[in-house]
Design a protein around this ligand. Sequence first.
Ligand code: NAI
Length: 462
Amino acid sequence: MANQFDVTIIGTGPGGYVCAIRAAQLGLKVAVVEKRATHGGACLNVGCIPSKALLHASELYAGSKHSFARMGIRAETSIDFPRMMGFKQEAIDGNTKGVDFLLKKNKVTVFRGTGKIAGPGTVTVGNDTIETKNIVIATGSDAAKLKGIEMDEKQIVSSTGALMLEKVPASMAVIGAGVIGLELGSVYARLGAKVTVIEYLDRILPGMDLDAARNFQRILQKQGFAFRLSSKVTGAVKAKDKVTLAVEPAAGGAPEQIEAEVALVAVGRTPYTEGLGLDAAGVKLDNRGRVEVDDRFQTSVPGIHAIGDVIRGPMLAHKAEDEGIALAEILAGQAGHVNYGVIPGVVYTNPEVAAVGKTEEELKAEGADYKAGKFLFLANGRAKANQTTDGFVKVLADARTDRVLGVHIVGPMAGELIHEAAVLMEFGGSAEDLARTCHAHPTLSEAVKEAAMAVAGRAIHS
Ligand code: NAI
């Protein structure tokens, strides 16, 4: 019986392919099913990876326009957009080929096509039938749609279309001030587009620490972003070269019109469960369309599991990866586990925004007794040398035990700096542990140490 496996994983995004590799490492016979031509899911093909390539290229270009002269570098730079898109494609190809290699190396069998669950223990892919002890749903998510607005991926785009534009638009209206809107808005703002962000709430980056979000909004405004907060988009009309959005105050009132060459809809993502046959298999969804799972990732049907964007929790590639590893270990009889209290979140803009653990708002809502230590990059030697002094580090610690409960960073390399906080929190460390750990000088990381020192009111440089 050729098509018999211990585990069959539907979807080879970061959750699925990592689960497959870990399961194979543990001696299980593994199959994956993927309908895209390449592995890696939305993240590698139309998300994290291509957006980071464009963020990197556009940041260097913006640097050449705004920072080079100040540093004594004379350079004439201009944009070859098709070539920049080629650079982005190389990033995708390099990463997806890497996943191909890893799956082969780990002897994972790949089925190409749309996987359908025929019942516990059976998955069909076209004419193939796979018999399998366990099924893992790792089908990810898709861009959420906005009622009354049809995305043509040319003039009105989702993140997928925004990564494939043919030219830099003169103006871009971004609907939603979440991670996608601010990252892709940053790409096009740096390349010269006039970017207006329309957000339903009275703040940007919902879920992030409010203090950090407000600081970051001011920085983006200095970079030329325009924000229309507490506003909702209720319709869009397309003409040959422009899109006209109808925008109303969130609380109700007279609509106004905002015109842009391209509109980006970035109002969240929805779990992707289409065509899986979940209904017939008896797999339950929750009221937000997510596959319901228990703390061992089992769905309402024994033998059928789910991980990543398709279940509860933040829609983040690294959360999906960790769930993939934990589930593979559980299926191999080990004690796989994910610590949901310590999952970093990063916005890859310039400066970056990064967070781990609780926000001040969450601590206040819980009635927690906490202390905050804050340190501005303005007082950090390395940031001063580089003239990248926007932003701060904030450490939140339990007032009684000093245990670190959350760390929030707006600033240069925040997405890298956050991980010393994550490691500390994983070990249940205190602000004093962080403050007494020697940090090399001059580094941006010293700002993290100083913020930890500030928890006890003893920062040196502020
Ligand atoms: P999001 O949920 O982060 O933000 C969507 C925003 O749109 C919210 O602020 C919401 O209030 C607003 N909104 C909703 N309806 C609206 C309307 N009608 N008019 C105006 N504003 C409206 O979603 P986003 O940015 O689309 O990202 C989707 C998912 O992908 C998120 O879970 C995010 O964490 C993840 N992601 C993570 C990245 C990272 O880790 N760097 C990068 C990109 C995406």
